[in-house]
Design a protein around this ligand. Structure first.
Ligand code: MTE
Ligand code: MOS
Length: 708
């Protein structure tokens, strides 16, 4: 193992274990007003009027009329309002906020506030949705010819549901007006500079008049990528009106119902096969955006780029649409559009193999992309693709090939077994030229006269270990003990914009900038001096330029790879598929800290298994989310997957720090393909499964049909 991979005690271990860490809910409440939302009770309506009861002293009602700047939250497009405009577009949309010193009084005021609506017909069905927020298309080769010459053409439809990030700490933000008209906003978030841009715009302030601090954050998983920009604007507008600090912390029910989740999807695959090889795919992808666009364009881009999986063939057409429905706006969740299409392509490949009478793994192996092959978007796999070795590692760990053949034979009795495997990748960093043209990361190192070094960057610790791994990289390069290098929570008043904490980019992209900054500092080091060095993003020169209008070029510089196998035992009386083991081999390059990376792999893989099996969230026929507590939205615990084995396969990436690649999202992405394939095999017969999550109830339904 490389020295940098040796595990250390995380820098935030002691304060978190002892309870000394200060989360946004832990600040003293003296003089701080509590804010709570007046929310729409209808999925689509004109708001005719709001009748607020007489307000006691010190209480305020805040809505769109109070927004001093622009009533649009700066995300990608300008359609998400800070407070609802004249119509409401989903159940739970914030119309206004009541703020005041006593929570009970705020609750009473809200319960006595009356909204009159003119109800409009909501759109709640993704199949029928016709408002297209984003429409992308790309192709290569000659698909018509591939279909004409195919031995056989297959068509299937796949769907996936919501998934909620269920971070331990719900959303929470606090805004504090400062003396000179400036605004200070802090709380639970992934992207301090996103909140900065949003609050500036909503309040109509200059960059220097707003500053944002990331407080200790109890997990994000994508759920705190864009949402804190919305909540940040709302508390800032309220704080401006009341001229007092405002804090708003969500309850779990509120968080589950009204904050962004993974986009539900609907994918249709049409695949041409000739001589046991895939020769072409025509893929149609639909994502349910919910009521506003938020991050849908970028989630959809990643989803359609991944739609053809880890396979290589010449003829491809992908059409992707993000559609509006009158539901809670969807958003980022670990994997960012990729888990949906990877599920579809992996199940599709299994089904084709079965029809051809070939073992599904053999069929996949025959179609794998190799180093030097073009990617879906006519970029290039510049680096080795270690999937064949990783497949063998997983096979050795769980005897996959033998079990997969054995469980294929007809099984009798109450308990039946199945095993499934999925193959996938994840490209770290912003899609295409995003890092170069849009993010343009800058980071700094500040060396103090006493010889300690502070990392200045805007990426946040959200459990993935950055407070430890960033200093580790710098300490390693400067040959300093780790205690001499530290990384505080980013405050936009003190740190440059090194970009958001998303897309598994921080460690790979910003970590490499820090390594280079540390080399610079080492060469310029003067004992006893106060010194600052700065480093700017440079795109690796091997990249094939990416054009978003044609989806052409390198979407990502490199890829992390994943192979997952899951073995289940199905109880045919209850429909429950008990997980006997989940095995994974993951290539995220050099681990910058072995324990942190294994923690990322295990946690992410487990989240993916939850997404595949029990995390079912739906809205009713009025558009209201039905699952709003941990008793009706279940997530897996370690007890559900006692035998979880994650292995690391290291294929170093020369442009990542010490060979590291983005790690955080990878392990989740392929889990649904492996789990649902295992359940399909356990059910046996002709059962062909097409959706995730695949629950015990779904299993019983299929078995009943099979028995007919
Ligand atoms: N791990 C923990 N413990 N908590 C989190 O919120 N977020 C995931 C992943 N791992 C998350 C996590 C998501 S969505 C992303 S994009 C990456 O971490 C961010 O990794 P990075 O710091 O390398 O950018
Ligand atoms: Mo991660 S979904 O990119 O925050």
């Amino acid at each position: 193992m490389e020295k940098i991979s040796e595990s250390v005690i995380k820098k935030d271990h002691a304060p978190k274990m002892s309870g000394r860490s200060v989360y946004v809910g832990d600040y003293s409440g003296d003089g701080v007003l509590t804010g709570k939302f007046l929310r729409s009770t209808l999925a689509r309506a004109k708001v005719l009027g709001v009748e607020v009861p007489p307000l006691p002293d010190g209480y305020f009602y805040v809505d769109k009329a109070d927004v001093p700047g622009d009533n649009n939250v700066n995300i990608v497009l300008d359609d998400t309002p800070v407070f609802a405009r004249d119509t409401v577009e989903y159940i739970g949309e914030p119309i206004g906020m009541v703020v005041g010193p006593e929570e009970k009084v705020v609750d009473r005021i809200l319960s006595e506030t009356k909204v009159s609506y003119e109800e409009l017909e909501p759109m709640l069905d993704l199949h029928k949705a016709d408002t297209v927020f984003f429409n992308y298309e790309y192709e290569k080769g000659n698909l018509e010819k591939a279909f004409a010459e195919a031995d056989k053409v297959y068509v299937e439809e796949f769907s996936t549901g919501y998934q909620d990030q269920t971070y331990l700490e719900p959303q929470g933000m606090m805004a504090e007006p400062e003396e000179n008209g400036h605004m200070y906003v802090h709380g639970s978030m992934q992207c301090a500079y996103y909140v900065h841009g949003a609050v500036m715009r909503a309040l109509g302030l200059r960059p220097d008049e707003v500053h944002i601090l990331q407080d200790v954050t109890g997990g994000g998983f994508g759920g705190k990528e864009a949402f804190p920009s919305i909540l940040g604007c709302q508390v800032a507008v309220a704080a401006r009106k009341a001229n007092a600090p405002i804090r708003c912390i969500f309850g779990r029910r509120e968080d589950l119902e009204f904050t962004s989740k993974r986009h539900p999807s609907l994918c249709v695959y049409k695949v041409a096969v000739k001589d046991g090889k895939v020769t072409g795919m025509d893929i149609d992808v639909k994502f349910n955006s919910g009521a506003y666009t938020t991050l849908s364009p970028v989630v959809l881009q990643r989803g359609i780029i991944c739609a053809s999986g880890v396979y290589s063939f010449d003829n491809l057409h992908v059409h992707g649409r993000a559609l509006k429905t009158n539901t809670t706006p969807s958003g980022a969740y670990r994997g960012f559009g990729a888990p949906q299409t990877f599920f579809a392509v992996e199940m599709m490949m299994n089904h084709i193999a079965r029809d051809l009478g070939i073992d599904s793994l053999q069929f996949k192996e025959a179609n794998l992309a190799r180093q030097g092959d073009p990617t879906s978007t006519s970029g290039k796999y510049h680096f080795p693709i270690p999937l064949p070795e990783m497949i063998n590692e997983v096979d050795r760990a769980c005897d996959f090939r033998r079990k997969h053949l054995e469980y294929e034979k007809p099984q009798i009795g109450r308990y039946r077994k199945g095993i499934g495997m999925a193959l996938w990748f994840h490209g770290a960093g912003f899609t295409g030229s995003g890092e170069r043209d849009h993010i343009k990361a800058v980071c700094k190192l500040h060396k103090y006269p006493d010889g300690t070094v502070e990392v200045l960057a805007s990426n946040g610790e959200i459990g993935q270990g950055l407070r430890t791994t960033f200093p580790k990289i710098v300490a390693h390069e400067l040959n300093l003990p780790l205690e001499k290098v530290y990384y505080n929570h980013p405050d936009t008043a003190r740190v440059p914009d090194s970009g958001p904490t998303v897309a598994s980019r921080s460690l790979m992209v910003v970590g490499e900038l820090l390594r280079r900054a540390a080399i610079k500092l080492r060469t310029q080091w003067i004992e006893g001096e106060d010194q600052i060095v700065e480093e700017h993003f440079r795109e690796p020169d091997f990249m094939i330029p990416f054009y978003l209008d044609k989806f052409h070029g390198d979407a990502y510089p490199t890829y992390a790879w994943g192979v997952g196998a899951i073995e289940v035992e199905l109880d045919t009386c209850t429909g429950i598929s008990k997980i006997l083991g989940a095995y994974g081999s993951f290539d995220v390059g050099t681990p910058i800290d072995y324990n942190i990376v294994i923690g990322q792999m295990e946690g992410g893989y487990l989240q993916g298994i939850g997404y595949a099996s029990i995390e079912k969230m739906e809205y009713d026929n009025k558009g209201r989310i039905r699952n709003n507590s941990f008793s009706d939205y279940l997530i897996p615990t370690t007890k559900d997957v006692p035998n979880l084995k994650c292995m690391l396969h290291v294929e170093q990436y020369p442009d990542g720090p010490y060979g590291a690649k983005g790690a955080g999202e990878l392990p989740l992405v392929g889990a649904p393909g492996a789990f649902v394939a295992a359940v399909e095999q356990a059910i046996g017969g002709k059962a062909s499964l097409h959706h995730a999550p695949f629950t015990a109830e779904d299993t019983l339904n299929v078995m009943m049909k099979e028995a007919e």
